[in-house]
Structures are given as structure tokens and as C-alpha cells.
Design a protein around this ligand. Structure first.
Ligand code: FAD
Ligand code: NAD
Length: 454
């Protein structure tokens, strides 16, 4: 007889495991099916490993540049094998934390590949085959790196982010195809180690979906750190060079150029992962691989929900978790608790980048009349005393009411401070209300007071 559940969740990333906990807390008998490790892309191949490695590489870069702060450490050096070992310890610790949460919430975890074999049935192919009967099913199978059809992309040392995150040897010359979030974070990691980095981006700027000034500033800062950025550039082919090197050929300004490197990272986006997910006769609607859902995260089968990277949209861990919580609320006929109107997006470069809500251009395109308020962090005491790069905080407010509509930040701790603006947008706060708050001195957050007063 099949094991029977109120909800079977397929995929234990930040979407799936958070939804499973929420479901159990609502009193539903819950199962979670995962064919790799608990924590999904985020914990095993995404957010956490990149930022763990980055923590080490940023510290290394700081140590190399701390003489003028009165600190003398001799010659700083790094060992990538040890950095990788520490990364594995961090991942192990966090995976154990999730396993404990599953146990505590009495969630049945099934190891294996889940496929939906009928609207109320998930078949798990693990060491043995198990059939789970499900009142409701939640698909949270995430995404995998996309690989464009570039000739030579299958050569050794042409890698995706999964492989580069596990590499114990450092490419001293790295080319990155794609100047999106992954591209920029790896450019930061490798340049902090003193490597030569070349970014090749198809559009007219890196981080193209963010405020233009962010891309301009980042390009200038990275240039000083040995990162060359080529935009409006089309990769033509990758061929083998001499002594195991690779040559990446690309067209820029109608001229064929090339760069010789030791490794190439391909980071041109991620595709929804639905491989082997649908059993025979299951016709779940998709659009270019992404599962289509309504505003309550229901697919064309009303008892089958989908959330996170597999539905496309904004592919971020906190978005997947929020969607999971909202989907579970809908399953138990509750109002969706999370406001999806103010989603923060962060890039963990140095300085950090964070945005939420509308930029000036987006507001104007939507026909909203706005005022913008900008503060240069070079005048912020904490930024000066802690030796930060140039940066800024920009705020977009509705002209008529002063209501906060968005913020774009590029400065130290931007990824933490952006939540003040998320709270302001969600709560409908105005510039004057944000100005009425006392922020401690000396802190980076004083820059927020200055920006909303500007
Ligand atoms: P995933 O995390 O992809 O989890 C899906 C899980 O489902 C996986 O464990 C997979 O093995 C499992 N699965 C798939 N199919 C099946 C099946 N049929 N049966 C059983 N199990 C299955 N986001 C941020 O917010 N901040 C960051 O700093 C950040 N950094 C990133 C860095 C990198 C290098 C990458 C690649 C991504 C990063 N992201 C970041 C994005 C973030 O990782 C994803 O948005 C997030 O993990 C999506 O969560 P999810 O639950 O939808 O899917
Ligand atoms: P992305 O969509 O952010 O960027 C891909 C870039 O590659 C785009 O700028 C695109 O124009 C470019 N591109 C596409 N094809 C190209 C080609 N043939 N040649 C040159 N350039 C090309 O995707 P990503 O950087 O791969 O990241 C995937 C997802 O992971 C993102 O959606 C992001 O949300 C998530 N992520 C988030 C974080 C974070 O939150 N800090 C970090 C890493 C990844």
C-alpha cells in the first residue's frame, strides 16, 4: 500500500524544504523527496558555497592591502584546497541543520527522484521504488545551469558554476561568458585572488537588469582589480591553445577578438529543472520549460502547485522560500502572508550591490511621476574610517506623496541595509517617515537618513 500524505513536496531546496516545514506546522502530514542533498542549489551549489569562498578571498585581498591601516602581516597567501575544505564544513553544518528541522517537524524525507505518475501520486525512484499517495503535490525542483550552443563549449576547463565552485586549483587567467550575477560574483572572487579576469557579455552592460549607474561604477572598480569587461560582445568559438590553454574568440564592435585563458566559466542563466518529473499522461503546462502557475502557485492541475526557480520569474532563494510559504497558505485556505511586491536583489561583490522595488526608469516607464534622492557614501563616516570603495544610496519616491517606491544601493553592507527599504515599501512608508527614524552613529545606515533627506 502507498504511503499517504496531505502534501508531497518534490525538491529540498530553499523553496521545497521551507514549504515542507510550513506545511507540517499547519498540521499537514508532509513528505519531502530529494534526489541529491538537502538544501538544493542554494546550499550546495549556489548562495552558500559562493559566499563562503568569497569570505576567504575578500579577507585575503584585505590582508594584502592593510599596510596603510597600520597592520603588517608579512606576505599573505592562500590555499584553495583548504578554502574548499572549510566550505565543505560549512555546507555539512548547514545540511545537518536542515535534517534536524525535518526530524523536529516530523517530515518524512525520501531519498530518490520523484516523478508525478498521476495527479495524486508521486513515485520515488531511490534504492527502491516507493509510491506516495498525495492529496496535494508541490513541485520545487529548481533549476540547472544553461549551456549555450557555443562551438568548443564541451572542451575540458570550460566549466559551469557547479564545477568552478568545487575546483581546488585556481585558474590564473579566467574568462567569464555572461556578465550577470554569477559572472560578477566569480569575477570578484577571482580578482580578489589576483587572477586576470575577462568578462564577455552580450548586452550593453553587465548586471543589465539593475540600475545603469551600478554597472558603470562596478566596471570602473573592477577595472582597477584586473577585470576586463567586454560588452555587446558575441562569443564565436572556444578552441584549444598551447600547453592546455583555451582561446575564446568573440566579436566586439564588428572586430573578431580573442583572449587566451586557463579556464572559462559559462554563466548565461539557468533553466528550469523538470527532467523526468512528469509521468506518462501527466500534462502540466509549461512555457519554454518553466512550469506555468496562477497567482496562488497552482498549475493547470488545481492540487499540484509549483514554486521557486522551476517557475522562472526571479530566481532567488528568498523568493523560492516566500513562494513556498504562500503556496502552503493557499492550500489551507489562508490569505497569502508574504507580500511579493518588494523583492530585494543582492550581488555580493565588493562593494555590495542591493536593490528593491522600482528604479527611476521603471517608475517612469510605468507612468509614475517620481523624485529621486541620492547620497554618496564617500561622505559617510563609517565608510571613510573602514576604508571602503566609492558607493551610493539612491531612493525613488512617488512625487505626489513621498511614498518610497524603490532603492538602489552600492556600498558596504548594502545587502543587509536594503531590508530597511523593503520594510518601508511593504509598509507604505514615506520619505518623511523614514527620516523620522534615529539611526546610530557611526554606521553605514546613517547613509539611509542622508539619502531620504537629500
Ligand atoms: P533548488 O535550490 O534548485 O532546489 C531544487 C532541488 O530539487 C534540488 O536539490 C534538486 O536536486 C531537487 N530535485 C530536482 N528534481 C528532482 C526530482 N525529480 N526528484 C527529487 N528531487 C529533485 N540566490 C540568492 O537568493 N542569493 C544568492 O546569493 C544566490 N547565489 C547563487 C549562486 C550561484 C552560483 C547559483 C547557481 C545560484 C545562486 N542563487 C542565489 C540562486 C538560488 O540558489 C536559487 O534561486 C534557489 O536555490 C532556488 O531554490 P529552489 O528551491 O527553487 O530550487
Ligand atoms: P543572469 O541572467 O543573471 O545573467 C546571465 C548573463 O549572461 C546576462 O547578462 C546575459 O545577457 C548574458 N548572456 C546570455 N547569453 C550570452 C552569450 N551567449 N554570451 C555572452 N553573454 C550572454 O544569469 P546567471 O548569472 O547565470 O545567474 C542565474 C541566476 O542565479 C540568476 O537569475 C540569479 O538570480 C541567480 N543568482 C543570484 C545570486 C545572488 O542573489 N547574489 C548570485 C548568483 C546567481
Amino acid at each position: 500500500m502507498a504511503d499517504t500524505f496531505d502534501l508531497v513536496v518534490i525538491g529540498a531546496g530553499p523553496g521545497g524544504y521551507v514549504a515542507a516545514i510550513e506545511s507540517a506546522k499547519k498540521g499537514m502530514k508532509t513528505a519531502l523527496v530529494e534526489n541529491r542533498e538537502l538544501g538544493g542549489t542554494c546550499l550546495n551549489r549556489g548562495c552558500i558555497p559562493t559566499k563562503t569562498i568569497m569570505h576567504s578571498t575578500e579577507l585575503f585581498a584585505e590582508l594584502k592591502a592593510c599596510e596603510h591601516l597600520g597592520i603588517h602581516v608579512g606576505e599573505a597567501s592562500y590555499n584553495m584546497e583548504e578554502i574548499q575544505e572549510r566550505k565543505e564544513e560549512v555546507l555539512d553544518q548547514l545540511r545537518s541543520g536542515i535534517a534536524m528541522l525535518m526530524k523536529k517537524n516530523k517530515i518524512s524525507v525520501y531519498e530518490g527522484t520523484g516523478s508525478i505518475t498521476s495527479p495524486h501520486e508521486v513515485t520515488v525512484q531511490g534504492e527502491e521504488t516507493t509510491v506516495l499517495a498525495a492529496e496535494k503535490i508541490l513541485i520545487a525542483t529548481g533549476s540547472v545551469p544553461a549551456m549555450p550552443p557555443i562551438p568548443g563549449a564541451d572542451l575540458p576547463n570550460v566549466v559551469n558554476s557547479d564545477a568552478l565552485l568545487n575546483r581546488k586549483k585556481v585558474y590564473q587567467r579566467l574568462a567569464i561568458i555572461g556578465g550577470g550575477v554569477i559572472g560578477m560574483e566569480f569575477a570578484s572572487i577571482y580578482s580578489a585572488l589576483g587572477c586576470q579576469v575577462t568578462v564577455i557579455e552580450a548586452l550593453d552592460r553587465v548586471l543589465a537588469n539593475m540600475d545603469k549607474e551600478i554597472a558603470q561604477n562596478l566596471k570602473m572598480i573592477l577595472k582597477k582589480r584586473n577585470v576586463e569587461i567586454h560588452t555587446k560582445a558575441k562569443v564565436e568559438e572556444i578552441v584549444e591553445g598551447t600547453d592546455g590553454t583555451l582561446i575564446c574568440r568573440y566579436t566586439e564592435k564588428e572586430a573578431l577578438q580573442e583572449v587566451e585563458v586557463d579556464g572559462i566559466l559559462v554563466a548565461v542563466g539557468r533553466r528550469a529543472n523538470t527532467d523526468g518529473l512528469f509521468g506518462e499522461g501527466m500534462e502540466i503546462s509549461t512555457d519554454r520549460g518553466k512550469i506555468l502557475v496562477n497567482e496562488n502557485y497552482q498549475t493547470n492541475y488545481s492540487n499540484i502547485y509549483a514554486i521557486g526557480d522551476v517557475i522562472g520569474g526571479i530566481q532567488l532563494a528568498h523568493v523560492a522560500s516566500a513562494e513556498g510559504i504562500n503556496a502552503v497558505a493557499h492550500m489551507v485556505n489562508e490569505k497569502l502572508p508574504i507580500n511579493m511586491g518588494a523583492i530585494p536583489g543582492c550581488v555580493y561583490t565588493n562593494p555590495e550591490i542591493a536593490t528593491v522595488g522600482l528604479s527611476k526608469e521603471e517608475a517612469e516607464a510605468a507612468g509614475i511621476s517620481v523624485t529621486t534622492h541620492k547620497y554618496a557614501m564617500s561622505a559617510n563616516g563609517k565608510s571613510v574610517l573602514s576604508n571602503q570603495e566609492r558607493g551610493f544610496i539612491k531612493v525613488v519616491a512617488e512625487a505626489e506623496t513621498g511614498k518610497i517606491l524603490g532603492a538602489q544601493m552600492m556600498c558596504a553592507r548594502a545587502t543587509d541595509m536594503i531590508s530597511e527599504f523593503g520594510t518601508a515599501i511593504t509598509g507604505g512608508m514615506t520619505l518623511a517617515e523614514m527620516r523620522s527614524v534615529i539611526r546610530p552613529h557611526p554606521t553605514f545606515s546613517e547613509g539611509i537618513t542622508e539619502a531620504v533627506s537629500a
